[in-house]
Write a protein that binds this ligand. Sequence first.
Ligand code: ATP
Ligand code: MG
Length: 218
Amino acid sequence: MKIIFLGPPGAGKGTYASRLTPILKLPHISSGNMVRDEIKAQTQLGNLMKKYSDKGKLGPDEIMIKILAKRLRKPDCKKGCILDGFPRTIKQAKALEKISKIDLVININVPDQIIITRLSNRLTCKKCGTIYNKLTLKPKKDNICDKCGGELYQREDDKPKVIQERLNVYRKKTEPLIEHYKKKNLLKDVSCNDLMIPPEVIVEKIKSIINSVQKSRS
Ligand code: ATP
Ligand code: MG
């Protein structure tokens, strides 16, 4: 099954996808993590993408489409995958449709105020990318990743002045995908209206949507 997670920055796409990956036995493909890996390795691509990412802007469609197409050709994607952060524009969605058939789009709705609070308190592991939150998802030891012992840091684009720009970019470029996938009858909504709802609750909601879609189509 090929599933897209759609939603504003900080909606929890990465958090939920990383919890669902072992349950569904599908790879979690996060375009944001792929971009950050390139930035960390200081590749030519990473150095270019850093200019966009640090400002909260999207990278060029052509580049992102190439990176994702290459990733989706790997054998682990044969059975399907969870796509997090891609597609982000209509152009990317159309390119993706040529590469592979999409079975389901989970649209995660979260009010702006929750997003702003969440992102400005988010911490990310430098080494493995695991996500924490100073208010709601604290690591066992301050600033140390529970999973790999890596150091936690605040992403450049999680600083307050960049968060608003990311929300603006989302509204303008990504939100039109909701209508796009609604028309194709692929969209299912999940809402999270409270900062303190534990991720497991939303993961359960997503699991039951996936189950009912699988049943209805089999
Ligand atoms: P979150 O991690 O909370 O979902 P986000 O969705 O704003 O936040 P990421 O998905 O982590 O951010 O991506 C970080 C940056 O990488 C983006 O701001 C953008 O510059 C670049 N990027 C990632 N995916 C894409 C994409 N599909 N198209 C263009 N740029 C992208
Ligand atoms: Mg993400």
